[in-house]
Write a protein that binds this ligand. Structure first.
Ligand code: RUQ
Ligand code: CUA
Length: 661
């Protein structure tokens, strides 16, 4: 599909662009001719010029929004400015990252805290970033992200944009349904995905129905400490389905968690034994189940001790969950994917990728059905099934392969259509839908994207107060959009302008992302984030997010040998030298190398790197780090600063001399 472009001849080019810039009156005839000449030479249409004017940021001008995107298999977070679509930062999370020194002496302990089954695991498959919320709105304080492959959750502090904590889920591996936060970030929700025996212990497929389990984990977030409190966290056992995406209720649906599932068939695959493969077996039934979980009830049960310890973690068993009435399910079209709660919380939009409709559930009807026990039966585990017709508000036909939905401020919903390669704009109904000029529950526009869109991210588009304006289509395929980069192609993130109502919803930028694969992203107003320009005080320990009283200080530089044979090196770094510059060690000595960057100037970052020893660190102004290693290799090692910090940056070096035994 080609995107519709305005005919080049319909409006004078210069008028088009200068109107956008609000400059028509002031523009000289000469500058109009200049723009025309450039457009002509480069073959740009009116629509291209308008798109360029909407996205171009002159040097020094800043983006209005920030998009925090999952880094997919890169195991990191990417931060992109909007509307410029410039990649501003990566944030190292699950994967070692040399520029930030993450995992090369700095952050090693945080990464290691999350190692699954005690094995060092140095990558992650990040899927769903979640910004912390206050009353259902992004507050700009923290970011959470999951690692699907190993079932881990990370906490990033948005003051210094550093990962502070990684927790490993002890119950399972693969956690696609995370992370999502409750409206005041009381909990970070981590849904499981593929069913597994508890703790991923060994169990043959023949034991599938008996030993394999589903679960959702509620990690308690301690905002004051900026950490997940493992002691206050718990899980709920779920039926043996594969659990997909989740969302937390808000407003009218506050207190609920909605969680999609697939493979309610409990298919076990086995293509090698001529059994139906998972892809067939797991989509045989016309419906799967939407799980509706009352998390406040679950929290009360946990606090009352009504849990069992599994893998050392408190779990509300499925039996308890059913007996206490905290878990209900309702049918949803087969193999669903996205589940998204509308801004006021009154509807839950489920997109079934094999169904051209989105199914909109009403929270009011769900509550009524639960109260009246309006069940159409129970599943194999005794979980009451809410009667589908009594909880559905509407089914809206959008197109092929609907996946994920975001919202605007005006009653519009936006759903990605994977198979159609399009973004659908449609109107909600009920009290929320009254803002649009079109009738309730109608498709207004489908804008083609290139190609096979997965998630969408609209500006604050999953909060209680979406901003509209911009929407990013996170496409899975790029095919012919960029210069051929070998058989492995970049990801294509496309920016759509959603600021006008009706059918006007053009693509205005293609951003190639040369690292795969961004899944979901969230877009926050940039001025909501109070990022530090430098660390608050010299000697700051980012892991404690506090001053470290024993951090090296100017005039306190020294090398100390403890009675236990440990060597403490107290070093400072300032343009353009380290102090000390000569460090002698004896082979086999245990080393704690403390370094403080004593700079107070913005962006005066120093690096610290030691060859052979696999050490690199980034020291932002004021930061103090401790790098621990054993001096197991004798030799002479020039260490140096890796950031081009001054005219004498090359001289910012020293020698580590390790004397052989
Ligand atoms: S997913 S493309 Cu991993 Cu969120 Cu739907
Ligand atoms: Cu410090 Cu280069």
């Amino acid at each position: 599909m080609k995107s519709a472009k305005t005919k080049a001849s319909s409006v004078p080019l210069t008028l088009a662009i200068l109107t956008v810039c609000g400059l028509a009156a002031a523009a000289s005839a000469q500058s109009m001719r200049d723009v025309e000449a450039v457009a002509k030479e480069r073959g740009l249409t009116n629509a291209d010029l308008i798109a360029a004017a909407k996205t171009y940021l002159p040097s020094g001008k800043k983006d209005e929004y920030l998009m925090f995107a999952s880094g997919g298999h890169a195991g990191q977070v990417f931060v992109v400015g909007i509307p410029s679509m410039r990649l501003l930062r990566s944030i190292a999370v699950f994967t070692p990252e040399p520029w930030q020194g993450w995992g090369y002496g700095v952050g090693d302990k945080i990464i290691a805290e999350g190692f699954p089954k005690g094995k060092s695991n140095l990558w992650g498959d990040t899927h769903h970033p979640a910004l912390s919320e206050t009353k259902g709105d992004y507050d700009g304080q923290f970011l959470f992200i999951n690692d699907k492959i190993n079932a881990r959750v990370a906490v990033i502090d948005l003051r210094d944009w550093e990962t502070k904590q990684i927790v490993k889920n002890p119950l399972t591996l693969s956690d696609h349904g995370g992370t999502f936060v409750t409206p005041d970030t009381e909990y970070v929700i981590e849904g499981g995905q593929y069913a597994l025996p508890w703790g991923a212990a060994f169990a043959p497929i023949a034991d599938y129905k008996e030993k394999y389990k589903g679960s959702v984990t509620l990690w308690k977030f301690d905002r004051a400490r900026g950490r997940i409190d493992k002691e206050q966290s718990f899980a709920i056992e779920l039926p043996l389905y594969w659990h997909d995406l989740a969302d937390a209720g808000k407003g009218a649906s506050d207190g609920f968690i909605f969680l999609n599932s697939l493979n309610s068939e409990k298919a076990t695959g086995g293509i090698q034994d001529k059994q139906p493969p998972f892809e067939a077996g797991a989509s045989r039934n016309p419906t799967d189940f939407l799980h509706i979980i009352d998390w406040r009830k679950a929290e009360a049960l946990f606090k009352a001790g009504k849990t069992v310890q599994i893998e050392g973690f408190p779990v509300i068993t499925l039996e308890t969950a059913v007996a206490e009435g905290l878990l209900h399910i309702t049918p949803e079209p087969r193999s669903p994917h996205g589940v998204d709660v509308t801004p006021k919380g009154e509807f839950v939009v489920v997109a079934g990728k094999l169904d051209p409709h989105v199914t909109v559930f009403s929270i009011e009807k769900i509550k009524r059905a639960i109260a009246a026990k309006n069940f159409s039966g129970k599943d194999d585990y005794g979980v009451p099934i809410l009667d589908f017709d009594s909880v559905v508000e509407k089914r809206v036909e959008l197109g092929l392969g609907p996946l994920h939905t975001q919202f605007g401020p005006d009653g519009y919903a936006y759903t990605s259509l994977y198979l159609d390669s399009a973004v659908a704009r449609w109107t909600l109904g009920g009290s929320y839908g009254s803002g649009t000029p079109e009738p309730d529950w109608t498709v207004v526009q489908k804008t083609p994207v290139h190609y096979n869109v997965g998630h969408l991210a609209a500006a604050e588009g999953d909060t209680v107060s979406p901003d509209g304006k911009y929407l990013v289509s996170l496409n899975k395929w790029a095919v012919d959009r960029f210069v051929q980069t070998g058989p492995l192609l970049p990801q294509n993130l496309q920016l759509l302008d959603i600021s006008s109502k009706g059918t006007n919803m053009p693509v205005i930028y293609d951003m190639a992302m040369g690292v795969g694969e961004p899944h979901y992203a969230q877009i926050i107003k940039a001025d909501k984030i109070n990022a530090w320009a430098t660390y608050p005080e010299v000697g700051w320990d980012p892991h404690q997010q506090n001053i470290n009283p024993s951090a090296p200080k100017p005039k306190g530089e020294r090398v100390e040998r403890g009675a236990d044979g440990t060597v403490d090196i107290y070093m400072t770094a300032i343009r353009s030298h380290f102090n000390p510059e000569h460090v002698y060690l004896k082979q086999g000595e245990k080393v704690r190398w403390h370094i403080t960057n004593t700079e107070r100037a913005v962006d005066a970052t120093h690096g610290f790197a030691v060859p052979v020893y696999n050490i690199t660190a980034s020291l932002e102004p004021g930061e103090s780090v401790t790098i621990e290693f054993v001096a197991d290799t004798a030799g002479t090692f020039p260490f140096y600063c890796t950031e081009f910090c001054s005219a004498l940056h090359l001289e910012m070096m020293g020698y580590l001399m390790v004397e052989p035994k």
